[in-house]
Write a protein that binds this ligand. Structure first.
Ligand SMILES: Nc1ncnc2c1ncn2[C@@H]1O[C@H](COP(=O)(O)OP(=O)(O)OP(=O)(O)O)[C@@H](O)[C@H]1O
Length: 302
């Protein structure tokens, strides 16, 4: 893997230790369902932060609230101190890039073209320049291609630049998604299950890639179900359960918290979100069971 990405002409500058992402009180409701409830999360420059939680905990919904795909019902999201605009392309232009749980590449475009598409928020040449194809356009196009090739080398796909995206093996498609996200020169990269469907070697390579991205000065927030990957990689881990943040801390703290284990096993724990309702349902079911047991044959009385 090449790590020379020094020609970031338009990369948003990041000061070491600066709060890059500041999400406060983020709540997202879909009708009667509260998918995310009052979640605070910060990511600082130089950090890799993990977001974990059982299926349906609200992780992707939270990502969607950070990237302008959803407008949170309540709460505020700031990137480097500025409230984010509620449009995904504006969020990308501001400096947040993401990958998706389900790969979203342009299957019939080449690997290089996919990365070039990712550069559009950083291309200064306007419509007329593109239509007239003057010297400014050609210069900008050459610079864009050079940067795209540099990013492909960074993720280890430069030799496949002219291949169609759909012909890449699955693990390489995931890498290409990351290269495309990096093409917008983000200050924060959000990865939604980057190792889903990967074999152990590919997962380890992805781990290395994420460290290399962090070393380029890009903060990373990652959702992942592979706990080994998360605990190896992350400086901090936040756990979502039923839309609420249960705990946040370093890997050792989170791994050792019995509520996290209980949440993954589906066991109740003290003060669990929705715990009161669950207890009421359980009590009602137990009561119904008792009534049935103590009144055998009742159903047949009618
Ligand atoms: N657009 C939507 N409309 C209605 N409900 C939704 C919508 N998106 C998500 N949900 C619901 O919100 C809850 C949280 O879903 P979300 O996909 O964010 O969870 P997740 O933690 O990412 O799960 P997984 O790990 O399985 O991907 C779920 O109950 C889901 O059904």
């Amino acid at each position: 893997m090449t790590t020379d990405t020094t020609t970031q002409d338009t990369a948003p500058g990041t000061t070491p230790g600066e709060t890059v992402l500041d999400a406060r009180g983020v709540t997202m409701r879909f009708g009667g369902l509260t998918a995310v409830r009052d979640v605070d999360l910060t990511v600082n420059s130089g950090e890799i932060v993990g977001l974990i939680g059982p299926n349906g905990a609200g992780k992707t919904t939270f990502f969607n609230c950070l990237t302008g795909l959803y407008i949170p019902t309540e709460g505020e999201v700031r990137y480097k101190g500025t409230v984010l605009p509620p449009k995904s392309f504006k969020v990308t232009a501001a400096g947040i890039a993401r990958t998706f749980q389900n790969i979203r590449l342009f299957a019939n475009m080449t690997v290089l073209e996919n990365v070039l598409v990712g550069r559009h928020t950083r291309t200064k040449e306007g419509l007329w320049s593109a239509l007239l194809r003057g010297p400014g356009f050609h210069k900008a196009e050459a610079a864009s291609r050079a940067r795209a090739m540099e990013l492909l080398a960074f993720v280890g796909l430069d030799a496949k630049a002219e291949h169609l995206a759909r012909n890449l093996p699955y693990g390489e498609q995931r890498k290409l998604e990351i290269a495309r996200a990096l093409a917008s020169e983000p200050g924060l990269l959000l990865l939604d299950e980057p190792t889903a469907g990967m074999n152990p070697q590919e997962t380890r390579a992805t781990e290395e890639l994420v460290f290399a991205i962090r070393d380029q000065g890009i903060a990373v927030l990652v959702i992942e179900h592979d706990m080994r990957f998360i605990f190896n990689l992350c400086d901090r881990v936040a756990v979502l359960v039923q839309g609420q943040k249960l705990i946040e801390g370093d890997s050792a703290t989170v791994q050792g918290d019995e509520r996290v284990v209980a949440a993954y096993l589906g066991e109740p724990y003290e003060d669990a979100p929705g715990g009161e309702e669950a207890a009421e349902v359980e009590a009602a079911e137990a009561q119904a069971g008792t009534t049935k047991d103590t009144a055998p044959g009742k159903e047949n009385e009618r």
